[in-house]
Ligand binder design. Structure first.
Ligand code: PMM
Length: 281
C-alpha cells in the first residue's frame, strides 16, 4: 500500500463553499497554486465551476476564462495539473494548456463527449459518483436498494467505467471517486468511507474528496445543532486523511483532494511512516 498523493484545490470561482472568491483572479489563483506546491501538493486541481449544493452553472466562456490561464501558468511552473470540469470543451482547452488529468465530478454524465477528449489526449480521467447538477442533487440522495449507498455507488461507478472504457480511455488512466456530499447525506458519506474496499474492488485507484465538507461540519455541530463553520473543519479533515492513509477504509486511497495541503501532506507522511514500521515487525 503506497501513500496517497495529495491533490491541492485551486478553485477559481466566486462562489465555492469553502474558498469561493478568495482566488478568483488569475494572479491570486496562480500564487495560491504555487503555495500549495511548496506545501507538498503532488497535483493541483484547478476548477472554475462551483459544485456546492444549490450552485448555478457558469457559462462555458466564463469557465474557460477562469481556468485556462491559471492552468497554463501552473503547468509552466512544473506542476502536475488536473482540471475540475464537467465540460468537454473546457477539458480540451485545459489539456491544451498543460493539464494532464481530467477530474470530472459527473463521471461523463453531464457531457459525454468529455470521455472522447480524455481518451484522445491520453489523459488520466477521474470519474466521480454523481447523479445530478448541484441545484437539485440533494433530491437524489436516495439509496433504498439492497446494500444501500455502497452498492448503489459501486454499481453506478461500474456503469461509468463501461462508458469510459468504450470511449477508449486506457485502463491505467481511470480513477474512481465516491463523490462525498454529491447527492448524499452525512451518513451516506460515512458509510462509503468505511467501505472503500467495495469501490476499490472495481479495480481502479480511488480519489477521496472530504476536505471541509458539510458532513464534517455536521459531525462537529455544537450543542444547539449548528454545524461547525467551513473554516473550522480542518482538524477533522486531517484526522480523516490520517485514517484513510492508514488504510481505515479497507482499501488504499490513491489520492486525497484537500484545501490545506501542508497539514494533509504531513498526515500522509505520519501514516506512511507508521505502516513502514509495521512491515518490519
Ligand atoms: N468535490 C468538490 C469538487 N470537485 N472532485 C472530486 N474528484 N471529488 C470531490 O469530492 C470533489 C471534486 C467540491 O468541493 P470544493 O467546492 O471544495 O472544491
Amino acid at each position: 500500500m503506497s501513500a496517497p498523493s495529495v491533490m491541492g484545490i485551486v478553485n477559481v470561482t466566486p462562489d465555492s463553499f469553502s474558498d469561493g472568491g478568495r482566488y478568483d483572479d488569475v494572479d491570486r489563483a496562480v500564487a495560491h497554486g504555487k503555495r500549495l506546491l511548496a506545501d507538498g501538493a503532488d497535483i493541483l486541481d484547478v476548477g472554475g465551476e462551483s459544485t456546492r449544493p444549490g450552485a448555478t452553472r457558469p457559462l462555458v466562456g466564463e469557465e474557460l476564462d477562469r481556468v485556462v490561464p491559471v492552468i497554463a501558468a501552473l503547468a509552466d511552473a512544473g506542476a502536475t495539473v488536473s482540471v475540475d470540469t464537467m465540460r468537454a470543451e473546457v477539458a480540451a482547452a485545459a489539456l491544451g494548456a498543460g493539464a494532464t488529468i481530467v477530474n470530472d465530478v459527473s463521471g461523463g454524465l453531464a457531457d459525454p463527449a468529455i470521455l472522447d477528449v480524455a481518451a484522445a489526449a491520453g489523459a488520466t480521467y477521474v470519474a466521480m459518483h454523481w447523479r445530478a447538477h448541484s441545484d437539485r442533487m440533494q433530491d437524489f440522495a436516495q439509496y433504498d436498494g439492497p446494500g444501500g449507498v455502497v452498492e448503489a455507488v459501486r454499481a453506478e461507478l461500474a456503469d461509468r467505467v463501461a462508458a469510459i472504457r468504450a470511449a477508449g480511455v486506457a485502463e491505467d488512466r481511470i480513477v474512481l471517486d465516491p463523490g462525498l456530499g454529491f447527492a448524499k447525506g452525512p451518513e451516506h458519506n460515512w458509510e462509503l468511507l468505511r467501505r472503500l474496499d467495495r469501490l476499490a474492488d472495481l479495480g481502479f485507484p480511488l480519489l477521496v474528496g472530504a476536505s471541509r465538507k458539510t458532513f464534517l461540519g455536521r459531525l462537529l455541530a455544537g450543542p444547539d445543532g449548528t454545524p461547525r463553520p467551513v473554516d473550522e473543519r480542518e482538524a477533522a479533515g486531517l484526522a480523516l486523511t490520517t485514517m484513510l492513509a492508514a488504510g481505515a477504509g479497507g482499501a488504499p486511497v490513491w489520492c486525497v483532494r484537500v484545501h490545506d495541503v501542508r497539514g494533509h501532506a504531513d498526515a500522509v507522511r505520519v501514516a506512511a511512516h507508521w505502516r513502514s514500521g509495521q512491515r518490519t515487525r
